[in-house]
Design a protein around this ligand. Sequence first.
Ligand code: GLC
Length: 620
Amino acid sequence: MNGLHHENGYLGKEPWWKDATFYQVYPASFKDSDGDGWGDIPGLISKIDYLHDLGVDVVWLSPVFESPQADMGYDVSDYQKIYAPYGTVEDVDALVEACHVRGMKLILDLVVNHTSIEHGWFKESRSSKTNPKRDWYIWKPARYNSEGQRIPPTNWRGYFAGPTWTWDEHTQEYYLHLYASEQPDLNWESEACREAIYDNTMRFWLERGVDGFRIDTVNKYSKRTEYVDASITDPSSTCQPAPEMWCNGPRIHEFIHEMRTKALEPYGAVSVGELSNTPHPSQVLPYVSSAARELDMVFEFSMIRLGTGGMFGPKYTYVPFTLPQMKAIVAKWQTFIEGTDGWTTVFCENHDNGRAVSRFGDCSTPELWQASAKTLALWQATLTGTLFLYQGQEIGMTNMPATWGIDKYKDVESLNFYAEAVASGDQKTIADTMHGLRILARDHSRIPFQWDDSPNAGFAEKGVKTWMQIHDEYRDINAAKQLVDQDSILNFYKRILQLRKKYKDLFVFGTFRLLQGEHKAIFSYVKESPHETSNSYPQTNGHSVNGHDGRKRAAVVVLNFSKDKQECLDVRDVFDCNDNDTIRLLVSTQHNEDDEGLTLGKNTSTPALQPWEGRVYVNF
Ligand code: GLC
């Protein structure tokens, strides 16, 4: 069942990656094999069977390249070498092989908006104003204010707080960096630079057999070239949010199309790009329209940013949100591809966000934690698009304990935002920022994976000092415990990933229609097969298939996003049933497999939903 050996694509026409399940590995925290407290590629290889058994088709490996680790490897100093604590280039070859022999694939993280300041290209570029690689980065002269003080070329604020410009004493100019000062932006306006990127990064790894890339910060390669100040939206700061200056710029579609045709397509590489600051479907579609030949898929961030106070200054000032707000966002990004040649993705975790069960579920008791993690799983597995899971999501890993102080946070972004709050001298700002970090910080998803209940949670040998602290709860929440528990979150994931594949016309490719949009506790929707009904589904478990000929096959998904029992809508009514039609329960988060197939016959009302229960009913 697992892997890509099933008949490829939907009705044989769709590309393989649409119904594949991707799984992101954050390598520093997945599995340490050599006792340095830092995960590595051999450690990951030792867990490939675990991923295969889970139902993963594609491993997305976050950056493992040579790097001074100013931003956990998103600052690459050599694209063709591997950071020694992770292993070697040969280890990557072995990982490719380990995936391929199991019918799985491997994609790497392509970080080509910027390099590290330690990259040879940047060293050359900063060596003199006349160096041939000077224009591979973005250098600008200083400005001077009315007091004659030197100030940066523009007033833009970077992602990690502070200005987007750093002064270089040696050549007396500023260089641009949207992220940390150790991450100078490459200048995609230079054709020689673009060619070097294609060759040095993409072709090099595709030649070695990797299957594609998750492409970092993909919509920031083209900046507006006027380099003017952004309007002042934060009068308290000298730096202003300015995504309109450097995001989705004038040449972005030209660059991405060129990258695809020159470097990706010749290898049949799959691509999924990170598309922040782009909340309008009309802006997203050009990136993912298959006719445009740009990217196969993108990550659009409206849902995952829920609760943040905006991307820039107040990001970590937590803003509570309601379920209707969340549902509206999901509905928007589920339906935007309908009637188009575009495609979408499904995800609720990655290495840049807090844990889904802590943000969208309920961790107040062990029972609610388990129930809500399963309902989030069912939600994700029934949505249209390519599904991406993040390591630990499948066992319901939670945010770092609320008792942990800022000294346990390691991420450059968390530390810079916290330092900025401290510098404000305002106690409320400091407290609000810490509160926001406890929910949203990138650190939460980066602590070591909890494999078992041994010291260091099976991530590293006993006695090893791990690079981030192991979660206090590792004895209760770990993969070994869940592997042997039929009711575990992990086993539920296995089951629904198979169901997602088996009924992919509904779950992967189906249309989406939101029900009860204003309901504050229930998330319910209809998934409908894009094709006319036939009774071609395999009949399982001896249940009769009530094909409802002439109707499309459909599923009604009802998810209780609350800790209270909730009346359920009348599912028979949603299906518009005739008296003779039988509606079947395909799956409930609170039943094990044996109870599946319960039917809702004529005159049967739909039972109430238990706290955080999720169910899927089908009309076949
Ligand atoms: C992306 C990565 C993030 C990184 C940033 C800069 O957003 O996901 O982790 O800090 O790019 O490369």
